[in-house]
Ligand binder design. Structure first.
Ligand SMILES: [Zn+2]
Length: 150
């Protein structure tokens, strides 16, 4: 592993590197996935290394790996929020139906359907890594919610 020699583990950084603002190389336009800081790039032959002001350092392989983990975490987090949104909007739609407010119930139900479709897309992304654009395949199995209630 050639990167082990020149890529310091951020945890083992010398404190002096935290006090230095001087960066060698050039700004990469890529944000540090650890701290959000600008990363500077340097080339060692064909080997490209990115490092931020705090000393988080990445070669391309480790950066891609880090990004892949972050993407997956965010997708799961997004899926969780969407499922909560489905649940909350369904509850509000039911509550509106109980109060004989059918237009409000429809609005909440529409929001629930939208969140459900997005959640299904997120699940598909997580399962197979891509979204196949086929809106008709998003079977909304809980179609019974279309009635206006009591
Ligand atoms: Zn950083």
């Amino acid at each position: 592993m050639p990167n082990e020699e020149i890529t310091p583990d951020p945890v083992e950084l010398d404190i002096n590197s935290l006090e230095s603002i001087e960066m060698s190389g050039s700004p990469s336009g890529i944000v540090c996935p650890e701290c959000g800081g600008v990363m500077w790039e340097r080339y060692f032959g064909s080997f490209r290394k990115l490092e931020c002001h705090l000393g988080h350092a990445f070669d391309m392989a480790s950066l891609l790996e880090f990004q892949a983990e972050e993407i997956e975490q965010r997708l799961w987090s997004l899926l969780r929020v969407l499922r909560e949104r489905v649940s909350i909007t369904r509850q509000m739609a039911n509550s509106a139906r109980e109060n004989n407010n059918s237009s409000e119930a429809q609005q909440f139900e529409a929001q629930a359907q939208q969140a459900l479709q997005r959640a299904q897309m997120m699940r598909q992304v997580l399962l197979v890594g891509e979204v196949i654009p086929a809106p008709s395949s998003f079977a909304i199995d809980e179609a019974s919610n279309e009635n206006e209630g009591p």
